[in-house]
Write a protein that binds this ligand. Structure first.
Ligand code: ZN
Ligand code: ZN
Length: 71
């Protein structure tokens, strides 16, 4: 039995467990979705409230840049 897809998914999920998520932008501004485990991340500067209760806090590229300039 050859199941390369299952194997790749298992590897990807192992990465998620170590906090290496495969973030992908969604149609919502400031909101990202992990293609592997389905976890959501949101930018607290773009969104006033998290899209889901377990969503991860993650500043978007734009706001990360702004904060760096401030510091
Ligand atoms: Zn993930
Ligand atoms: Zn943002």
């Amino acid at each position: 039995m050859n199941q390369p897809m299952t194997n790749a998914r298992a590897k990807a999920l192992a990465n998620c467990a170590q906090d290496y998520h495969r973030w992908h932008p969604t149609f919502s501004l400031g909101e990202k979705l992990c293609l592997v485990c389905g976890l959501r991340a949101y930018c607290p500067f773009c969104l006033s409230r998290p899209p889901t209760t377990d969503a991860r806090l993650m500043a978007c590229a734009l706001h990360r840049q702004e904060r760096r300039n401030e510091a």
